[in-house]
Design a protein around this ligand. Sequence first.
Ligand code: FES
Length: 169
Amino acid sequence: MKILTDKQPRVEVDAILGSAVRQDIEHHMHHYPDPRAASLDALKIVQKINGWVNDAQVLAVAQLLGISLADVEGVATFYNRIYRQPVGRHVILLCDSIACYLMGAEHLAAAFKQTLGIEYGQTTSDGRFTLLPICCLGNCDKAPTLMIDDDIHDLITAAHIAPLLESYV
Ligand code: FES
């Protein structure tokens, strides 16, 4: 993965993010005493533009918040629901942590891969779904659990896959 450095040129924030997004981020900044704490909110706001966050947008966020590019990149890299490359219209996140693993997550992942015809990290050719693993979603008592976009789905078996996918066009 490419890691940005702080030796990047300054950018025109509004040209990259748009003034509405810039204002939304500025609004969130005021909720935090330290602008670094606003970086995750800022990245989530930017991600709504086209589903992922590109290098120029990371740079614009750092500049807007007045913090180091490394700080923003660190948050973007650490938080696995900030996507740094293009994803499909819907992102399927399959929990692969211990409780879900014990309840068959590995078989569920294989069934998703077969149904979608892709591996982890890939997007279907129609751009509809991206499949990714994720660590514990905090729903262990209802394992196996997965997430599609912002929706949690639990107690999932292979039989649920087709109807589940049909509900995300
Ligand atoms: S281990 Fe899967 S939700 Fe916790």
